[in-house]
Design a binder for this molecule. Sequence first.
Ligand code: DWN
Length: 405
Amino acid sequence: MPTCRICRGERLNTFLSFGSMPLVNNFLREEQLGTPEHRFPLDVCFCDNCGLVQLGYVVDPEIMFKNYAYLTGASEPLLAHFAALAAEITQRFDVPVGSLVVDVGSNDGTLLQSFQKLGMRVLGVEPAVNISKLAVSRGIETTNDFFSSHVAETISAELGRAKVITAANVLAHVNDPEDFLSGVTSLLDEDGIFVIEVPYLVDLLEKREFDTIYHEHLSYFALRPLMSLFAKFGLGIVRVERISVHGGSLRLYVQKSAHSISPNVSELLKLEERAKLAALETYQKFAEDVSQIKEELRSLLQSLKARGARIVGYGAPAKGNLLLNYCQIGTDILDYIIDTTPFKQGRYTPGTRVPIFPESRFHNAPTDYALLLAWNYTDAILQKEKAYRQAGGKFIVPIPKPRIV
Ligand code: DWN
């Protein structure tokens, strides 16, 4: 019987079950197409006690993250996002040049490259062997491991305490957030700043971002459970912002025994009350909306296909693979998918086995519709594909309601 990963409560109410799903970043090589893929239960629960939305079943992180397909730098908008974050932290907290900055879940070093340019000493912590090698080849010192209280002690013994610790889209992936925060607390300087970005549960519900629910994401955070987690380690939120990245996230600036709790903490807590995050009914309604999106999207695609339309997938994000598997969209609908990530090109999507090509395929071979699987970059992609749209090409945006633009 699973218990809540924050309060250890045993009353977890399952409100949505996707059945057994493949791992969304497990892109297949040609020679793997003949063998069945591992599938794991994907059920989403709500903790009656602390309100944390979370997965019931935990897939071994070694299987999910030791060899990883996702590259931060493959998405142009994220380069600007993380350059701005490094500048914001450095300026807002007047971080001295030469300070140690540790990025947890550092991926290809995109964020740390910006801190390096600002004169900081940087260290990444990245579990994926293939990706940490790429970061090191780019001059970003990287510890190839999962962050933990033990890894934190090793780092502070070798390099001293960190003035800045960042963790963008990491905490939701961690099965033991208490050990994670214990490590942050021991590694962070007394006057250091810990900055995290996590997808925001209010956005997930409001915009029906059901495809962001998959095995990598063990927790779906609202501010309230985060505050109770931080309080256990004497960490206080000095500033919290809603940001648009990844479909809507929270950015939290956290310090040790912080005295000034950010004024908009109470605003967001009121927002969460209005959103009825503490009521199981909220999640049961979300589950109904999700099955409606599935029906609407399937019928839209099938009617276009019946009229002879050519349809491709645009972007091969992790969430796209959840959406394709849950909505049962495969090569019967999509001719192929394009993606800017070298690791993904030439491979096939997990479960649905749609072939993935570089962007050039999309620009050279005309098509009628592109299912925008990377919908969190809609503005940037519509701008980038102006010529396709001016030539009559359309995009299908799947959430919060399937629509053609
Ligand atoms: O939490 C996570 C987030 C941060 O990244 C991880 N668990 C896994 C991953 O999720 P994702 O794969 O859904 O992330 P993105 O950034 O939404 O993925 C976008 C995909 O689309 C990438 O593979 C790159 C691709 N892309 C593209 O082909 N053309 C992106 C852009 C902007 C483009 O123009």
